[in-house]
Design a protein around this ligand. Structure first.
Ligand code: GLV
Ligand code: MN
Ligand code: MN
Ligand code: MN
Length: 427
């Protein structure tokens, strides 16, 4: 089964690049920090405005829009056989503090444009096509990554956890959701999707690494997503006066934390594989005064690997180091909490093959690659065959304001997405 277009060829798939760029630019203005940085935190005023913008674009494209209890947004183009499981695509629009305007956004606005491309080409889907905007792919506010897609994939564990989760300001998840207009946000079971709800899920995303740009390749066909994990650690000591507290008497929680940060780097490097990474992205000292010995220190550790077992070994070593540092420094290890320890996910051949043939028909060079970053696709893979399409980005920059993807590369990604969706929709 091959999709049919007006002139029965894929060359009729044309992207309105200018409009798409202006939408990306407009979305980036919903930010809590000044341009070129973007900061858009879950359920903030800017996030709510950005959600309104996405729903408006879905409506303009003729999609029927639905939102679930935590604000995952679905825009459906009903196919000629609506009883078949739909093909879905999408990504996120939340942005970590001081990041850029392409991460996630390309896979949401680009997916809506892929629908427009298909509509203009005269294509009629057999399976319905659905664009999804996931709630909170980024862990910024509640410390939980891929919150929306984890719930869609039926995480009972997360549903329980969210009942007692608060943000840094002690605002509960449900209060925050309520303020954003989601008043049934504790009805988690209404969010869960059954396995088989979609015949395929495919996400378009910037690579967030340098390979495609360096090798001048238009498209990355993702074969697997690395296994992410995150850990929260707290150390507590006695604190005290920075002048009067003599060195032999101290149990400095800050030094325990910094020693653990260096241990993280050491254990990651010991793995011997370039695929093992670890980062201490949060390190907070209490009371945070120059003349006070830190009495509390809080770290958050991110570690990932394409090899789950090797990643788990790093976590175990980090735990051992936390215990031994606490003992040696006479500091209490008051918390060592593994927030998430997710397995990797594999793409489905059905989808990678469709994407590869789309690239061939569109004459775009492509390569198969892994995703070291995580995505909502990691969790959609639990309930649906999954695939991802990467496009090049400038120097591989991401999670910083310099993040950039060229219009031509975005347009290529949208065309490949559109053709892949078309193929999957008629199969
Ligand atoms: C999320 O954006 C991640 O991969 O860190
Ligand atoms: Mn991100
Ligand atoms: Mn992303
Ligand atoms: Mn990500």
């Amino acid at each position: 089964h091959e999709p049919s277009f007006h002139d029965s060829s894929s060359s009729s798939l044309s992207v309105d690049t200018e409009t798409l760029q202006s939408q990306i630019d407009e979305l980036s203005t919903f930010s809590d920090t000044p341009a070129p940085s973007v900061t858009r935190i879950l359920y903030s005023e800017k996030d709510v405005q950005a959600r309104g913008f996405v729903k408006k674009l879905m409506n303009i494209s003729g999609l029927s829009v639905r939102e679930d209890a935590v604000g995952n947004i679905f825009g459906r183009w009903v196919g000629s056989e609506p009883e078949l499981a739909p093909v879905s695509t999408g990504s996120h629009i939340d942005a970590i503090p001081y990041s850029g305007k392409y991460d996630g956004v390309v896979g949401v606005l680009g997916a809506i444009e892929a629908v427009n491309v298909l509509k203009r080409s005269g294509f009629k889907p057999k399976r319905s096509l659905e664009v999804i905007m996931f709630t909170s792919e980024e862990p910024t506010r509640f410390g939980i990554s891929c919150l929306g897609s984890r719930l869609l994939a039926g995480s009972e564990e997360l549903a329980q956890l969210l009942k007692r989760t608060v943000d840094g300001q002690n605002i509960s998840f449900s209060d925050a959701a309520n303020l954003a207009g989601y008043t049934n946000s504790d009805d988690f079971s209404s969010i869960f999707l059954e396995k088989g709800s979609y015949s395929a899920f495919i996400e378009l995303h910037i690579e967030q690494g340098p390979i495609l740009e360096e090798e001048a390749i238009s498209i990355g066909v993702v074969t697997a997503i690395a296994a992410p994990a995150s850990i929260k650690v707290d150390f507590e000591g006695n604190g005290g006066h920075a002048g009067a507290g003599l060195m032999p008497k101290r149990n400095d929680a800050g030094l325990a934390a910094t020693e653990l940060a260096l241990a993280v780097e050491k254990h990651v490097l010991e793995s011997g594989s370039i695929d093992t990474v670890g980062t201490v992205g949060i390190l907070e000292l209490h009371p945070g005064a120059i003349n006070s010995i830190p009495s509390k220190a809080h770290l958050e550790i991110d570690t990932r690997d394409i090899d789950e077992h090797r990643r788990d070994l790093v976590i175990e070593k980090i735990h051992q180091s936390a215990l031994s540092i606490s003992k040696a420094r006479n500091v209490e290890l008051s918390e060592f909490k593994i927030v998430n320890q997710d397995p990797p996910a594999l793409s489905e051949e059905l989808i990678t093959k469709a994407t590869e043939s789309a690239c061939q028909e569109l004459n775009l060079p492509y390569k198969k690659m892994i995703s070291r970053a995580y995505h909502d696709s990691l969790f959609m893979a639990r309930i649906s065959p999954m695939g991802m399409i990467f496009i090049p980005c400038y120097k591989g920059y991401s999670h910083k304001p310099e993040e950039f993807a060229a219009q031509q590369d975005i347009a290529n990604g949208v065309r490949v997405l559109a053709l892949t969706l078309a193929k999957l929709s008629v199969s």
